[in-house]
Design a protein around this ligand. Structure first.
Ligand SMILES: NC(=O)c1ccc[n+]([C@@H]2O[C@H](COP(=O)([O-])OP(=O)(O)OC[C@H]3O[C@@H](n4cnc5c(N)ncnc54)[C@H](OP(=O)(O)O)[C@@H]3O)[C@@H](O)[C@H]2O)c1
Length: 193
């Protein structure tokens, strides 16, 4: 049976993931900034997806409280400064810092290397792109990989959570290619394997 998915953040990524997951048959509940609704969604969900700005993580964790304990917590955020530079690296990552703040959660870094436009299908120009998932709890990671496959991605087990140190810069490369190199956002990473 598919787990219930609570999405925290109702922006571009939150909306796209909701669309993709619902199409794939998942029950989804999304919450925005209201602490009570965030808490209720987190209590309801078997998996919690974090899709808020990096700077909002502490607020969200306060609202979620112990409702995240023992559950997969998918970190899609990118730890970026306001001028879109990496805020952390290379001796830690946003995901590892998140795990320290929520030690009883099973943090999995995933989907952060994909533009929001492609998150509802996992495809760019007809090709399934990679959904990289890094995490220390294998069971939680398997659930995230299955969700990615159900949406349409080609899921890739990217190893332990410390590899989020590599996935977060990969997301920065994605942003640089799209906006500085001016390739646009109709791009995505595909691991040939
Ligand atoms: N956009 C992309 O292509 C992309 C790709 C990969 C990863 N990401 C990462 O995914 C995250 C979300 O990106 P996005 O593009 O979806 O951003 P977005 O469109 O700006 O949406 C962010 C959402 O988070 C909500 N939010 C802000 N502060 C909050 C708080 N304290 N508590 C709860 N919710 C709060 C916002 O609510 P309001 O609307 O009320 O402000 C909004 O619904 C970011 O960390 C980003 O780096 C984005």
């Amino acid at each position: 049976m598919k787990p219930r998915v609570a999405i925290i953040g109702k922006g571009r990524v939150g909306g796209a993931l909701r669309e993709g997951l619902e199409r794939a048959g998942y029950e989804v509940r999304a919450a925005g900034k209201e602490p009570q609704l965030v808490r209720e969604a987190a209590e309801w969900g078997g998996i919690i997806v974090l899709v808020v700005p990096y700077g909002a993580i502490d607020d969200v964790l306060r609202s979620i409280g112990d409702a995240v304990n023992g559950k997969p917590l998918i970190d899609v955020t990118n730890a970026l400064t306001s001028d879109m530079e990496l805020a952390l690296g290379f001796s830690t990552s946003g995901a590892e810092e998140l795990q320290k703040k929520a030690p009883a959660a099973k943090v999995v870094k995933a989907s952060n290397t994909t533009f929001a436009q492609h998150m509802s299908t996992g495809h760019v120009k007809g090709t399934a792109i990679s959904l990289f998932a890094a995490g220390d709890d294998q069971g939680a990671k398997e659930q995230v990989l299955a969700m990615g496959r159900d949406i349409g991605f080609d899921p890739v087990d990217a190893g332990p959570l410390r590899n989020a140190r590599l996935l977060e810069p990969l997301a920065s490369l994605n942003i640089q290619l799209a906006f500085s190199v001016k390739m646009g956002t109709q791009i995505g990473f595909k691991l040939v394997h």
